[in-house]
Design a protein around this ligand. Structure first.
Ligand SMILES: Nc1nc2c(ncn2[C@@H]2O[C@H](COP(=O)(O)OP(=O)(O)OP(=O)(O)O)[C@@H](O)[C@H]2O)c(=O)[nH]1
Ligand SMILES: [Mg+2]
Length: 259
């Protein structure tokens, strides 16, 4: 019996939310992993329904991290900039394939002086969201360093990565096409899934967070399957997948791109 409040009807995920572009995506499947669907149908997802999945949001100051989280969690937008001090976090509850699933969104401060605080919060993140302003090219190159800092605290193959360009409403289509070309290159180098959003208009914000919830849910269920197989067989069973799912068990080559 769940002690938590019921999940809002507009936070129910029954189909795999699509990626933003297949050019830089964690995988190109159009449905949930068959093993994940099987486990949910058999109600064998173990502790996943009680887990809180930690998502850390990093990026230079004023790129739009807080506005992105507030647009999704509170459906609000504040044009007056208030720098985040240290770290804040929001909880968001979903129901994925009938299983309750919670995201804990850690909103870190971009200011240099808070970097040391942010690093203590990276540990155990299931997803790292690297944020840049599509109108400020330097903020996207900073994402390499933000990723390197985050990977110091995390096993490179355990966290899935998203590279998110914000403030899309401020760039003209021609400007945005140029920025997107470089951002896609960076996303592929990092093995991150690329998204472009606007917290002011709300463009792609809900779709993005539904994708984050679905992908971290899949990762949790597959990890649960691996643990139960290991318990049963007494050996570490690797879930092999016949399609190139970048974030499944494969040891990531990701660490190299940040050296
Ligand atoms: N036009 C537009 N402005 C935005 C958008 N997102 C954020 N902003 C503006 O950018 C300012 C900074 O956004 P924040 O979300 O506070 O930035 P941050 O990354 O959290 O900054 P730190 O907390 O200092 O790291 C906000 O005051 C907004 O005015 C957007 O999508 N479109
Ligand atoms: Mg902030």
């Amino acid at each position: 019996m769940s002690l938590l409040a019921p999940v809002r009807r507009d936070r129910v995920i029954a189909e795999l939310p699509p990626c933003f572009t297949t050019e830089a995506a964690l995988h190109t499947r159009t449905s949930f992993h068959s093993k994940v669907v099987g486990m949910c149908q058999a109600q064998r997802t173990g502790t996943v329904g009680f887990k809180i999945s930690k998502i850390i949001v990093v990026g230079d100051l004023s790129v739009g991290k807080t506005c992105l989280i507030n647009r999704f969690c509170k459906d609000s937008f504040d044009k007056n900039y208030k720098a985040t001090i240290g770290v804040d976090f929001e909880m968001e509850r979903f129901e994925v394939l009938g299983v309750p699933f919670s995201l804990q969104l850690w909103d870190t401060a971009g200011q240099e002086r808070f970097k040391c605080i942010a690093s203590t919060y990276y540990r155990g993140a299931q997803a790292i969201i690297l944020v840049f302003d599509v109108n400020d090219a330097s903020s996207s190159s900073s994402c390499r360093q933000w990723l390197a800092d985050a990977l110091k605290e995390n096993d490179p193959s355990s966290a899935i990565l998203f590279l998110v360009g914000t403030k899309k409403d401020l760039s003209s289509p021609a400007q945005y096409r140029l920025i997107e070309r470089d951002a896609l290159k960076l996303a592929k180098e990092m093995q991150a899934e690329y998204w472009a959003v606007s917290s002011l208009t709300g463009e792609n914000v809900r779709e993005f967070f539904f994708r984050v919830a679905a992908q971290t849910f899949e990762g949790s269920v597959l990890a649960e399957l691996e643990k139960s197989n290991a318990r049963r067989i007494g050996d570490i069973v690797r879930i092999t997948s016949n399609e190139r799912d970048l974030y499944l068990t494969q040891k990531s080559r990701r660490a190299k791109c940040c050296q």
